[in-house]
Write a protein that binds this ligand. Structure first.
Ligand code: ADP
Ligand code: MG
Length: 484
């Protein structure tokens, strides 16, 4: 199955032709902002140099029907996560057990409870999500479906680079036609992707709903995130297309400089009122090294600014919630339209608790006996945290039963592979690849739904043998789908 799923790809080209495509790809990337910052040892001073982003030379074939199925799921997921974020009973039941063994989740949960008690100053929340999927071909089936890897409710990245990679591929396909007439290489098969503009549009709409024309948007950026360009593109877009100013702050700066208006709970920083607080960071414990960062989180959460995400949104974006939703009957409690619930459930891979429940004990046994079928995940974001296959048994044996409940177990999805050529640090690498599709979602709501939209897509591609999928972590490249 895996070898024949996408035959005759990538198109056969002479070495000379490949080399000219390589040059075109590098120059197009450098001249159009499809770039990343180089590692420190290669960088010029003042962050003044870039290199082309890791990309695939050709778009990767992706089944058209399945692509649109994934797109259709997005508004349903957007609404589901909004509802969950407002369901106190659900959050308490699912998260409380994890807080006992996971300090990061515990700190978030404490803020959540405190705000719950004090009263929420801002009923509107903004979600800029990304739902990630791998292709799966069931045994004896000829068609693939998507299985969800995870749903991101905070700091969904790569919105601009994914758009730009699609544009690069449009250009490279036109160029390739000059020396190869493959039927597959149709520009029309590259779907439009509005990921570059959809996220800033969502922020702009939230800003408008906040209703103070003189307010500004605040982006929380820390550490590595300062080097990513997607947050800059959001900034350019907000200013150029929506005339909204944006300030960038770290959590430590917010702690030092931010205050709340005692009457209105408006968040004030640099004498400016903040309409929207957009977290392009803040998803991991290491981004909260001291009490200052947590104080800043609390200050923001208490404020009237529209948060993207709220702490509640962040909590329902955990892998634990994903696992609980997959349990029999749970998803169906929150997605009451049966057709929608069925569609979402069809995208769930096998997910299991690893706690002390009887299901948890059974999952431990299963994982010890057949580790090659699974991945074990802690409540973390940002890549590099999961434990794969043969590494699972030693980990399970090392940790206590209560520590186990901060992890979940998931079936390893084995997508069909295809051949493609990737371009990384100027060099081409050919090989068996697999792709992961991300669909962006934009949601604004309070008791009502105000905006519920699909926000474009991202395709990341990596070598067949690589477990992790992150681009920033160096495992994957940015790609775009060629719908077949
Ligand atoms: P993170 O929040 O750190 O990004 P993910 O759940 O997205 O964690 O996992 C990171 C990567 O590991 C994914 O991008 C994917 O490539 C791979 N991965 C995660 N879950 C699975 C799975 N069930 N089957 C196969 N690969 C997986
Ligand atoms: Mg991920």
């Amino acid at each position: 199955m895996s070898k024949s799923f996408f035959p005759e790809y990538p198109p056969n080209l002479s070495n000379d032709n490949l080399q000219s495509l390589q040059e075109l790809a590098i120059d197009w990337s450098l001249s159009h902002g499809l770039v990343i910052r180089p590692p420190t040892n290669l960088a010029l001073s003042n962050n003044s140099s870039v290199m082309h982003a890791p990309i695939s030379l050709f778009p990767s074939p992706f089944p058209k029907k399945t692509f649109y199925q994934a797109i259709e799921l997005q508004p349903v997921f957007n609404l589901l996560f909004h509802k969950l974020s407002r369901n106190h009973e659900f959050i308490t039941q699912v998260i409380e057990e994890v807080t006992k063994v996971d300090d990061f989740i515990d700190e978030l949960y404490k803020i959540y409870l405190k705000i719950k008690e004090e009263g929420i100053a801002q009923p509107i929340s903004l979600g800029l999500h990304r739902s990630d999927y791998l292709l799966h071909v069931p045994q004896d089936a000829s068609e693939a479906n998507v299985l969800q890897v995870e749903f991101n409710t905070i700091s969904s990245s790569f919105s601009s680079l994914s758009f730009l990679t699609g544009e690069l591929h449009r250009y490279l396909l036109e160029s390739t036609k000059y020396f190869n007439s493959s039927e597959l290489l149709k520009i029309d098969s590259l779907p439009l992707n509005d990921a570059m503009t959809s996220l800033p549009k969502g922020i702009a709409k939230a800003h408008e709903l906040y209703g103070s024309p003189n307010a500004v948007v605040m982006m929380v950026v820390i550490g590595e995130e300062r080097n990513a360009f997607d947050q800059r593109w959001i900034e350019y877009n907000l200013l150029n297309n929506h005339k909204i100013h944006i300030i960038r702050k770290t959590l430590a700066e917010i702690d030092q400089q931010g205050k709340l208006d005692p009457e209105t709970h408006a968040l004030i920083i640099d004498d400016k009122e903040i309409s929207v607080t957009y977290f392009r960071s803040g998803y991991a414990p290491e981004l909260h090294p001291t009490k200052k960062e947590w104080d800043a989180r609390l200050l923001i959460e208490r404020s009237k600014s529209i948060k993207c995400p709220t702490v509640a949104y962040q909590l329902v974006g955990t892998k634990k919630v994903q696992q609980v939703l997959a349990m029999p009957g749970v998803l169906e409690k929150y997605v009451t339209n049966a057709t929608d619930a069925k569609k979402l459930r069809a995208s769930f891979a096998g997910l299991y608790p690893l706690d002390s429940s009887s299901e948890g004990e059974a999952a431990v046994k299963l994982a010890l006996e057949n580790p090659e079928r699974f991945v074990m995940k802690p409540q973390r974001e940002g890549g590099g945290n999961n434990i794969y296959t043969k590494d699972i048994p030693p980990k399970l044996l090392e940790i206590s039963t209560s520590e186990r409940s901060s992890y979940i177990l998931m079936d390893l999805i084995q997508p069909p592979s295809m051949r493609n050529i990737i371009l990384r640090q100027g060099e081409l690498v050919k090989g068996e690849m697999i792709s992961e599709l991300g669909i962006y979602g934009v949601f604004i709501g309070n008791d009502d739904v105000i905006v519920n939209e699909i926000g474009g897509h991202l395709l990341r591609t990596k070598g067949r043998e690589t477990n992790e999928g992150g681009v920033a972590t160096g495992f994957a490249v940015i790609d775009s789908p060629l719908l077949v």
